[in-house]
Design a protein around this ligand. Structure first.
Ligand code: GLN
Length: 540
């Protein structure tokens, strides 16, 4: 029997509902409960796959190739979960399903309406996760803020869900903000009261209030919130702002008794909790000294969310090397030939992330060239790997206008080209090579050493590929193919033989890195960057 926890948000966006859901998942797992977490996104896009990073931040890819909200990344990083397309639901998917059924005549002549048809479809998708995964607890995060027009069908659906399933098996957690106002720095409860009353208008009365706050909640404030919001005092939980890392959140929530009250209200046994591994990881992250400076050279570095998984994976890699990672977000369009030394002064490792479209490409290629020539550790991911190949073709093989056909269809040397299976694709959404695919590692490569494996499985999201007819010449001149698809038709990774650490991968290892287990490539990249730093300081 699955129990359900619904997390809604009030007052304003960006309070960290995704982190709250992940943290609760982490705490419940540490008590030995099997969990799953799903996200309901009220927008009409089928998925965020076609959205610009300016709109949406990173597109997170699951093992089964769903392009999803970046909150799924948090869910996976904070827990042992590996999620699927079932865990991500959008208004677009819900309507598409209902409209397809309507066209088939499944509704037998009835008028198709938001209630019950849309709400039924939302409820069906919640139950589907419960039936498929069979978790002890299913956490369902409702995107957006209470009061948004788009969110209403989802709230209505979860209101009904409690009626269907029963009060004892469902829990409503509402995340709000207690702002601190004025010169007296007084914390204010009014916005929370308003947001709870908004929720009550649609028939949902929260059982637990998670109050984001910069100050401790006094007993008086707790009792005021409790009385005005009709929530038991012990269920008013202070979610204090973190000091250093988001990974502190489960510890803070745990101290405040968030998981205790959740278990109590759901009638679940308060099994013993052992957070030692998590504490050790947070201790390392908050006390380690020394740092390496890693430049992430991308197009969207002014947005915090565009390379979320990469930034987190770098942090995980740092934790396992006992060193802080100082991430320098480098806007790649500003990288110019005559400024390379100045830009990369004090940088110990360079990561070129994935991306689409021509803007910023030349800056990425210059960045790669700099790293290759100066032996700075360089990690190319997806488009980043493709740029390593283009740079090598241009500057080592002397193919001056070598390029990817994504940017120049006329190039004499299309070293990166459209995968054959992609040539007839018309629809842009969900049609890339997506999700986990196996790759075979070549013996005696740096990559095989990093993984310590012969076969790996990593997540993908791309249309273009290394062009096979250039394999031989590139290998002869020092760009090794270090991984391919099992049938050897697709190049999955490359590395420079004459360089301390230059690895490019066609896949996205960042989606597999967890707080308690850094991805080996990120661990190794940080280690190499530390070595580079040491070498530099010895040289001066
Ligand atoms: N634009 C490139 C491709 O489609 C790279 C994609 C990516 O970096 N995710 O192959």
């Amino acid at each position: 029997m699955t129990k359900y926890i619904f997390i809604t948000g009030g007052v304003c966006s960006s309070l960290g509902k995704g982190i709250a859901a992940s943290s609760l998942g982490c705490l419940l797992e540490h008590r030995g409960y099997g969990i799953s977490i799903m996200k309901m996104d009220p927008y009409i896009n089928i998925d965020p796959g076609t959205m610009s990073p300016y709109q949406h931040g990173e597109v997170y890819v699951t093992d089964d190739g769903a392009e999803t909200d970046l909150d799924l990344g948090h869910y996976e990083r904070f827990t042992s979960l590996s999620l699927s397309r079932l865990n991500s639901v959008t208004t677009g998917q819900v309507y598409r399903e209902v409209i397809e059924k309507e066209r088939k005549g499944d509704y037998l002549g009835r008028t198709v309406q938001v209630i019950p048809h849309i709400t039924n479809e939302i409820k069906r998708r919640i139950s589907l996760v419960a039936e498929t995964v069979n978790p002890d607890v299913l956490i369902v995060e409702i995107g957006g803020t209470v009061g948004d027009i788009e969110g209403v069908p989802f709230l209505e659906a979860i209101r009904q869900f409690r009626l269907d399933v029963g009060v004892q098996d469902t829990l409503f957690v509402h995340l709000t903000l207690i702002p601190v106002v004025g010169a007296s720095m007084e914390p204010k409860t009014k916005p929370t009261q308003h947001s709870v009353s908004k929720l009550r208008e649609i028939g949902i009365s929260p059982d637990v209030l998670l109050c984001r706050t910069g100050v401790e909640l006094t007993p008086e404030m707790r009792s005021k919130i409790s009385m005005f919001c009709n929530v038991e005092e012990k269920a008013v939980i202070a979610a204090l702002d973190i000091k250093k890392t988001i990974y502190e959140v489960p510890l803070i929530h745990g101290q405040e008794g968030f998981d205790d009250i959740v278990l109590e209200k759901l009638g679940l046994e308060k099994r013993q909790k052992n957070l030692d591994d998590w504490k050790r990881m947070v201790d390392r992250l908050t006390t380690q000294d020394g740092s390496v400076r890693i430049a992430v050279a991308g197009k969207y570095t002014e947005l915090n969310d565009a390379y979320k998984s990469i930034y987190e994976a770098l942090v995980h890699g740092g934790a396992e090397n006992g060193v802080n990672v100082d991430i320098v977000k480098l806007k790649v369009e500003n990288v110019k030939e005559d400024r390379l030394r100045e830009i990369f002064a004090g940088i110990h490792g360079i990561l070129v992330p994935g991306g689409f479209g021509e803007r910023g490409i030349e800056g990425k290629i210059l960045t790669v060239k700099y790293a290759r020539e100066r032996s700075v550790p360089i990690f190319g991911i997806c488009l980043g790997m493709q740029c390593m190949v283009i740079e090598f073709a241009r500057n080592v093989l002397g193919y001056e206008n070598a390029n990817s056909t994504e940017f120049d269809v006329e190039t004499d040397h299309p070293v990166i080209s459209l995968m054959e299976e992609q040539s007839d694709v018309v629809n842009m959404g969900g049609t890339m090579r997506l999700g986990s695919q196996p790759a075979v590692l070549r013996k005696d490569t740096k990559l095989a050493g990093v993984y310590g494996l012969d076969v790996i499985s990593e997540r993908h999201r791309h249309r273009y590929e290394f062009t096979n007819r250039y394999r031989e010449i590139m290998e002869e001149r020092g760009l090794r193919i270090s991984a391919t698809s099992p049938d050897d038709t697709l190049v999955e990774a490359v590395e420079l033989t004459d360089h301390p650490w230059a690895i490019g991968v066609q896949f996205h290892p960042e989606f597999r890195s967890k707080a308690l287990a850094a991805h080996p490539l990120f661990r190794s990249f940080i280690e190499a960057s530390e070595q580079y730093k040491r070498g530099e300081s010895e040289a001066t």
